[in-house]
Write a protein of this length. Structure first.
Length: 145
């Protein structure tokens, strides 16, 4: 509940859908009441089928492969620091192909259309430059020949 509440405070107006396994903390009456009270929805995955919680499983894999294993924390304090840094990088810096090569923070802030538009503009400028460069080269070759 504390993690969910912190996320809700950080992103007011957002009503996320929580996907979890069927652990005791997620089936408890207090948690159900918290979810209802905060306006969120909660979906529990199929029993004994971790693939149904694929997003979280993929997150754990990324965290391990990209942060924990390469840096091998020596104690809990180092692990907490590594995880905090990785969460920031994952949400604020790393571009995600599944959401159009923007960061989750940009998507949540509604900036994805603007970012995509700016990319398209830059790509078109590059195409125009390449065309004009190849035309001038063709012209130079024709003159030299």
């Amino acid at each position: 509940e504390i993690v969910c509440q912190a996320a809700l405070e950080k992103h007011p107006g957002v009503k996320p859908r929580i996907i979890s396994d069927n652990g005791p903390q997620f089936v408890a009456g207090d948690f159900k009441a918290f979810v209802r009270h905060s306006g969120m929805t909660h979906v529990k995955t199929s029993l004994y089928y971790p693939q149904s919680n694929g997003k979280l499983e993929r997150w754990h894999k990324s965290l391990k492969v990209e942060s924990i294993r390469p840096n091998c924390p020596r104690n809990a304090a180092e692990a907490i620091k590594l995880i905090s840094e990785y969460v920031h990088h994952y949400n604020e810096v790393r571009l995600h192909s599944a959401i159009g090569y923007v960061t989750p923070a940009d998507l949540l802030a509604g900036l994805a259309p603007e970012i995509h538009s700016e990319r398209d503009r830059k790509l078109e400028e590059a195409r125009v430059r390449r065309r004009s460069t190849s035309r001038s080269r063709d012209g130079e070759l024709a003159v030299a020949g």
